[in-house]
Design a protein around this ligand. Structure first.
Ligand SMILES: [Zn+2]
Length: 255
């Protein structure tokens, strides 16, 4: 279902929480589409990927921040319309996606336009320097800022920890809404490879006026931060009123 007004930015948090749709300036842009069911664990229910996939039929574009299988997988690639505009972080990822049959694959830059929406690629890093060195498969990642004169500026940070890339994106773009992948995913023996509660607090301190949305929660089995724990932490630290932690299937709308 499409929003009726271009003045609302909206985030649909799917049954599978990674599979979010952002509606910006009346366009539906899918983020991080993946389809495989994750095995259940303490913090991840076996998700209803099939239910969510039906909602992919009506989107206008897809943004793939990187190619990890919890963001982009063969099954999702098989389902999507091959003519759909698809935005990749670099030429290498774009070539891979083209090889899966997609005909309109574009590489994000700091200055990408799509039907009136300005998309600005931002940096990120999927863990500390030491973790990246030890696990090169973590690879390159990006974020994106969506801007449109009649919408709130929305920054999707992507799979990154809090670092200078995120700080730079905030000071450069002054986002009003910031979507954070905040499940605190870990590889045993390494510090987290996406944001945990302290990273979310650091983002809040850098952008105290912004509304933060914690995504990527309780979806992927190596994520160790639950929604309840993040909410409790935000209350303790006094920033609960700036943080939204949507449930699976919940839609957030911003005027
Ligand atoms: Zn990733």
């Amino acid at each position: 279902m499409r929003p009726t007004s271009v003045s609302a930015a909206r985030l649909d948090n799917f049954v599978a929480p990674n599979k979010s749709i952002i509606c910006h300036a009346n366009l539906q842009i899918v983020l991080e589409t993946f389809s495989h069911a994750q095995p259940a664990s303490k913090y991840s229910l076996s998700n209803g990927a099939e239910t969510a996939l039906t909602q992919l039929a009506d989107v206008d574009a897809v943004v793939v921040t990187h190619l990890h299988s919890d963001h982009w997988d063969d099954e999702a690639a098989a389902i999507l319309d091959k003519k759909l505009p698809l935005f990749a972080q670099n030429d290498e990822d774009a070539a891979h996606i083209r090889s899966q049959g997609f005909q309109d694959v574009r590489t994000l830059t700091e200055n990408t336009e799509f039907q009136g929406i300005h998309l600005a690629k931002t940096g990120g890093q999927h863990g500390t320097d030491a973790t990246l060195e030890a696990i090169p498969a973590l690879g390159q990642v990006c974020g994106v800022v969506f801007s449109h004169p009649s919408n709130k500026r929305l920054y999707l940070a992507g799979d990154t920890i809090w670092n200078e890339h995120v700080a730079a994106a905030i000071s450069r773009h002054h986002p009003e809404i910031i979507v954070l992948n905040a499940g605190k995913a870990v590889f045993p023996g390494f510090p987290p490879i996406i944001m945990g509660e302290e990273d979310v607090l650091a983002v809040h301190k850098a952008a105290p006026e912004a509304t933060l949305i914690a995504s990527h929660m309780e979806a992927v089995n190596h994520c160790v931060l639950s929604r309840a724990a993040l909410r409790a932490y935000s209350e303790e630290q006094g920033f609960a009123s700036s943080l939204l932690v949507p449930a699976d299937g919940e839609t957030l709308a911003f005027k």
